[in-house]
Design a protein around this ligand. Structure first.
Ligand SMILES: N[C@@H](CCC(=O)N[C@@H](CS)C(=O)NCC(=O)O)C(=O)O
Length: 127
């Protein structure tokens, strides 16, 4: 898998946190949003919305949108409960972006629980 991302993007960070938590190996390709690379034709071909993250599956399928990527990755793992009620509580529309990164009191899809990030950094996960 290839993750098209940028180090300064929280939407990318939360995907990387989940990838690290799942122990999934992947290639990381930086698309420099500050240099306008997200709006160049090669990236618009990956995501017509012109944003990162985008996950490219081994099949070549392209998956934009952090919440969609996280849903895809979490399927079949404890990060996406099988129980219907538990699943929707975890994946509530507003909380979908950070529920798997760690619970926070409030936030939007860019919010990250810094304790979870700190744990990964301490473990040297290289997120
Ligand atoms: N809803 C999208 C938002 C993605 C997004 O806003 N990405 C920003 C970085 S956090 C981006 O790529 N900005 C570059 C641009 O708008 O050209 C998601 O959750 O993936």
């Amino acid at each position: 898998m290839i993750l098209y991302d940028h180090p300064a993007s929280a939407n990318c960070l939360k995907v990387r946190i989940l990838l690290a938590q799942l122990g999934v190996s992947y290639e990381r390709v930086t698309v420099d949003l500050f240099a306008g690379e997200t709006r160049r034709p090669e990236h618009l071909a990956r995501n017509p919305d012109g944003r990162v993250p985008v996950l490219e599956l081994d099949s070549g399928e392209l998956l934009p949108e952090s919440a969609a990527i996280m849903l895809y990755l979490a399927e079949g793992t404890p990060y996406l409960p099988e129980d219907r009620l538990a699943r929707v509580r975890k994946a509530g529309v507003e909380k979908i972006g950070f529920a798997w990164a760690g619970e926070t009191e409030r936030g939007n899809s860019c919010a990250i629980d810094l304790r979870v990030v700190a744990d990964h950094i301490k473990r040297g996960d290289g997120i």
